[in-house]
Design a binder for this molecule. Structure first.
Ligand code: SF4
Length: 528
């Protein structure tokens, strides 16, 4: 979809990430270009690619009963994901998402070692942490199933619009191989176009002190950090020979509006449109030793709550979302209070820290009235010493009170627990098990993760480290655990004890497969 003005830029959101909400990053970039009078087209190649491959799976190719059923029911499954019938019953939901994932997993690409699914994409040969492999993906783009199925679509877009700039937004490792395949395809179809790569993963790569681009001349520009200003300048320079566009006549008192209208908002795999919005970038706490926000030193940039809520009201008037997804790493107490005072009028969910104010009288009820259906909360450990060593800044006693308050008010909780940090040992992990088991009745969903040490983490000093993944673009380091609590032992503990603990099992079973926290709020709305 494109704006009415001549299209100067095409922005691509590559596979694979969960296709359950429109991508906020390229929508915001398009909003900035539009405010400057510059026409732009947004292309969600992730959504289109997944739908194309799901529809491409042919009955004749299906050999087993499960895949045959998935092929037979696929159109009905997609309808049910969008109209909400898939969410009426957790078992129905499980069957439907399982079938859709299977269609992506079991295509002809499986034989060549490409493993696709609803949330991830991997390759037996190519590693997204190896620049040589990424460049190979760009050199042979049609080996990528998404680029191959969307090749003619890209050709049409480029022929229709003849954009001067193509931007690719790369945020997750699961997108990297396809992002480079699309870059290679763009270079083939339109060799002279200005090709820009930006997004969260690129920012992480470029935050390394010894960063030097290994991508040769594939891209004209690599953008680190917020892309709005750099992209606007790149596009302006690229169209400097054309008559200057007139800036948008709209009165944008709260800044440019994200251009979600340029995306196929009815097509995403959720029961109604989910509107993703950021109230800040970075993190206001930025002290947790295990977190990339701390190691990358990203600044916290909050948006003025008044202006943002005005912006959101205009967006919701335009696109009538069913849910707001706050994308912040942690919603600040000031912003949560602003939501209580000025409810956005739409159900919402997002990440918050276990801040003591959440346990104050009336706060949880106020949040519930403002539309909060679920909060995602990083507990990380049920051992106070571990929490203190991690710089987490929370008290377990307070966390317990907050969970009880939120539960009482009818707000779902999605709690994140992290095992195997340098400060943890087996005894501490068992204390976490006890804490979670004691609070299982007031936790709706649980996410369990094993600690990865970010490459630039302050904690790396003093640990015996080596590279975690092969390649010159690693995100994490492997380390010898100072207390011998290594990944293998942690994994065994999780599989043999934690996941089997009686009060915890039903909580884990509630987690919606594949879409997890993205779809959990819809179950909260039904459950509460
Ligand atoms: S609160 Fe969350 S985002 Fe912020 S530093 Fe800690 S882990 Fe990172």
């Amino acid at each position: 979809m494109s704006t009415a003005a001549a299209v100067s830029a095409l922005l691509i959101h590559p596979p694979t990430v969960r296709a359950c909400e429109p991508p906020a990053g390229i929508a915001m970039l398009a909003g900035v270009l539009r405010a400057a009078g510059i026409g732009c087209r947004l292309w969600d190649a992730n959504l289109e690619g997944q739908l194309a491959l799901i529809r491409k799976a042919a009955p004749a190719e299906a050999t087993d009963t499960w895949t045959k059923r998935a092929v037979r029911d696929r159109d009905d499954h997609l309808r049910r994901m969008r109209d909400g019938r898939a969410f009426e019953n957790p078992d129905t939901y499980r069957r439907i998402v399982g079938d859709l994932d299977r269609l992506l997993a079991n295509g002809p690409w499986k034989a060549s070692g490409r493993h696709l699914g609803l949330v991830d994409a991997t390759d037996d040969q190519l590693q997204p942490t190896r620049s040589a492999d990424l460049l190979r993906a760009a050199e042979y783009p049609l080996e990528d199933p998404f680029a191959a199925v969307l090749e003619s679509r890209l050709e049409r877009l480029m022929a229709e619009d003849m954009p001067r700039v193509v931007g690719i937004s790369l945020n997750y490792l699961s997108q990297a191989l396809s992002a480079f395949a699309f870059a290679g395809l763009v270079r083939r179809v339109a060799p002279g176009v200005r090709l820009v790569l930006g997004g969260g993963l690129v920012t992480t790569w470029m935050s390394h002190p010894e960063w030097k681009s290994p991508f040769g001349g594939l891209f004209d520009d690599l953008v680190s950090g917020p892309g709005e200003v750099p992209l606007l300048n790149i596009v302006k320079n690229s169209i400097a020979d054309l008559p200057m566009p007139a800036p948008s006549k709209r009165v944008e008192t709260a800044g440019p509006i994200a251009a979600f209208d340029l995306l196929p908002i009815q097509e995403y795999l959720s029961p109604g449109t989910v509107l993703p919005v950021s109230a800040s970038s970075g993190c206001y706490w930025r002290r947790c030793s295990f977190c990339p926000e701390t190691s990358e030193g990203n600044a916290w940039r909050p948006v003025d709550p008044e202006a943002l809520l005005q912006h959101v009201r205009r967006l919701t008037d335009n696109i009538r979302p069913r849910m707001i997804h706050w994308l912040d790493n942690a919603l600040s107490p000031a912003f949560l209070r602003a939501l209580i005072v000025q409810p956005p009028g739409i159900p919402w969910f997002g990440f918050a820290r276990f801040e003591p104010f959440l346990a104050e009288s009336g706060v949880a009820d106020g949040l519930r009235r403002s539309g909060c259906v679920m909060l995602q909360l990083g507990l990380e450990s049920g051992d106070q010493q571990v929490l203190d060593a991690l710089g987490k800044g929370i008290r377990l006693e307070t966390a317990g009170k907050i969970l009880a308050e939120l539960h009482r008010a009818g707000i779902g909780t999605y709690v994140y627990v992290l095992f195997g940090t340098p400060a943890e040992d087996e005894a501490a992990a068992r204390r976490t098990l006890d804490w979670v088991a004691r609070h299982a009745g007031i936790i709706d969903f649980l996410n369990l993760a094993i600690f990865n040490l970010p490459v630039n983490a302050v904690e790396a000093a003093g640990l015996e480290v080596r590279q975690f993944s092969e390649g010159d673009l690693p995100l994490y380091l492997e380390f010898a655990h100072p207390r011998g609590w290594n990944r293998g032992a942690v994994r065994r503990f999780l599989d043999m004890e934690f996941r089997r603990a009686e009060p915890i099992r039903p909580v884990l079973r509630r987690d919606p497969p594949f879409f997890t926290s993205s779809h959990a709020p819809f179950f909260c709305m039904g459950m509460k």
